[in-house]
Design a protein around this ligand. Structure first.
Ligand code: HEC
Ligand code: HEC
Ligand code: HEC
Ligand code: HEC
Ligand code: HEC
Ligand code: HEC
Ligand code: HEC
Length: 330
């Protein structure tokens, strides 16, 4: 019995551990600590980081024999600490880019190089099945952004190839995760030069379009943009079907109610694992604005205790009855 019990426990705890991906022959469990992580391509990547790692770079003008210093444009700067904290930290730059980039000035044709898509590497790969790349791809194809593909939109626009790292899946700090997530959207929706690379539409002032929401700043710190702007899909952790503005959530009680939609979106992952220990209660439970996770563990424990006492009393009662009956018989 005890053995069975421990087995069940082990099974449950194993099934809670997020499966760790094995990449095509790379480190099985990549070190997730950016401070201690050492890439097998550290040296090699320095050849690129020496120019792309900061604002200033240098090269020799071989015709004049002079040393030239110049400014690297912002869009071409990759901070090495961000790269080595990203999902693809075990890569060398030239895994995704042509080897010819080691030559400077870069040949003009290299601009035309074909870029991999996520599905080129992740499609049909069982090691990543927990992420359901195919499901995400299907939802993305239904999203408002997909029609911008001809203008250059792609998964990479939200998942920066050099800095993207999974967040909600391993979130220890929900507020940080929300900030990380919302910055992905604000990268374009608060920077019109990026926005206008993709559309001729007029600038949209986000503060104005959301002015119906009270305490906007506080809401944007407590929920992700995708909470209101995507269709929830039960089979994937992060919904990817961004809907048009007229389909966005506007009703307060979609969230501010006992069966809040947030339980199947923002709190989905935590609701399984961390609801019990009160991790969430601190963040989402504000007495006057119940969001739905209103499960107090003390109350829960107290009711278990009462239940236990009742069972015990019934048992004692039965034992006394049996004894009395035996006494009567004897
Ligand atoms: C001597 C400095 C220098 C080095 C070293 C260097 N780059 Fe660059 N790179 C630049 C500059 C400057 C630009 C922007 C102008 C241009 O496109 O040539 C650039 C542009 C790029 C671009 C963007 C091209 C586009 O589409 O516009 C890519 C990709 C790139 N570099 C990759 C690399 C990789 C990978 C390495 C290492 C193998 C590398 N670079 C090494 C200076 C450098
Ligand atoms: C996982 C694949 C991958 C790796 C690894 C990678 N890149 Fe890129 N890189 C891309 C893609 C894809 C783009 C085009 C992004 C887009 O279209 O928005 C890109 C774009 C660039 C650009 C153009 C500016 C930009 O951000 O759009 C530069 C510069 C660049 N990469 C340099 C590097 C350097 C330096 C490294 C190594 C530290 C590196 N890349 C590693 C996939 C990668
Ligand atoms: C050139 C192939 C390639 C491309 C393109 C690529 N990936 Fe990956 N990706 C990998 C490999 C290999 C790993 C495993 C890395 C490791 O174990 O160090 C990985 C890891 C991941 C992980 C898991 C990280 C973790 O810590 O468990 C996610 C999520 C991910 N990639 C998302 C994406 C997304 C989103 C895109 C497109 C925007 C993309 N990848 C494009 C090859 C690729
Ligand atoms: C409009 C922006 C946007 C686009 C486009 C987008 N994503 Fe995402 N994606 C996100 C956000 C935001 C997250 C949440 C990041 C986090 O917290 O880990 C995410 C998370 C993910 C994850 C991790 C989910 C998990 O279970 O941990 C994968 C895998 C992924 N996206 C793949 C893709 C692929 C493949 C595409 C293209 C078909 C794509 N994404 C396009 C915004 C986008
Ligand atoms: C690379 C830039 C970029 C990123 C990143 C991006 N968007 Fe967009 N988004 C656009 C552009 C451009 C449009 C306008 C499309 C058009 O012309 O109709 C748009 C349209 C939208 C619309 C439709 C508005 C309407 O009029 O119906 C919504 C909603 C939206 N985005 C939400 C998001 C969310 C949420 C995220 C983050 C998960 C995000 N976007 C990330 C560029 C971006
Ligand atoms: C509480 C729900 C909610 C949140 C959170 C939210 N939105 Fe919205 N958003 C809406 C609604 C509802 C509309 C439609 C407003 C209208 O048309 O009156 C809208 C409109 C938009 C539009 C279309 C604007 C236009 O007029 O074309 C964009 C783009 C957008 N939101 C992006 C974002 C981004 C980016 C974030 C995160 C920083 C975000 N939203 C957070 C509910 C939300
Ligand atoms: C997408 C979900 C969502 C929607 C829609 C939403 N809220 Fe909220 N709201 C939240 C969350 C999450 C918090 C943060 C709760 C906390 O920190 O305790 C919050 C906090 C608040 C607060 C407290 C703000 C503070 O500073 O503590 C008020 C007031 C509020 N919401 C009112 C509204 C009203 C009115 C509407 C409709 C117009 C609305 N909310 C729509 C999720 C939502």
């Amino acid at each position: 019995m005890k053995l069975l019990f421990t087995k069940v426990l082990v099974f449950i705890s194993l099934s809670l551990v997020p499966s760790i991906s094995v990449g095509s022959g790379r480190a099985v469990v990549p070190d997730r600590d950016p401070v201690t992580y050492i890439s097998p391509f550290q040296e090699e990547n320095l050849n690129c980081f020496k120019c792309h790692g900061q604002e200033k770079y240098e090269y020799t003008n071989e015709l004049l024999g002079t040393q030239v210093k110049a400014i690297m444009c912002l869009e071409h700067i990759i901070k090495s600490e961000d790269f080595y904290a990203s999902n693809h930290r075990s890569f060398s730059c030239t895994d995704c880019h042509s080897e010819d980039y080691s030559i400077f000035p870069h040949s003009g044709e290299l601009r035309m190089e074909l870029k991999y898509t996520c599905l080129d590497c992740h499609g049909g790969d069982d090691t990543f099945s927990s992420f359901s790349f195919e499901g995400i791809d299907a939802d993305y194809r239904e999203s408002v952004h997909f029609k911008l593909e001809n203008d250059g939109f792609s998964c990479w626009k939200c998942h920066d190839p050099h800095t993207y790292r999974i967040s909600i899946r391993e979130s220890k700090n929900l507020k940080e995760t929300i900030l990380y997530n919302n910055n992905i959207c604000l990268h374009c929706h608060s920077d019109y030069s990026r926005f206008h690379l993709l559309t001729d539409r007029d600038e949209v002032n986000l503060m104005k379009t959301h002015d119906w929401l009270p305490d906007q700043a506080s809401h944007f710190r407590s929920i992700r943009c995708i909470e209101c702007h995507t269709r929830i899909n039960d089979s994937i952790l992060v919904a990817h079907q961004v809907l048009s503005k007229d389909q966005a959530v506007k009703l307060c009680n979609e969230c501010h109610s006992r069966n809040s939609m947030l339980m199947v979106s923002l709190y989905k992952f935590h609701s399984k694992e961390q609801r019990r220990d009160g991790f969430l209660n601190g963040i989402i439970l504000n007495e006057s604005y119940v969001i739905g996770a209103n499960r107090n563990s003390y109350l829960g424990n107290a009711s278990m205790l009462i239940f236990g006492i009742v069972i015990l009393m019934i048992l004692i009662h039965i034992i006394f009855r049996i004894k009395r009956n035996k006494l009567k018989e004897g």
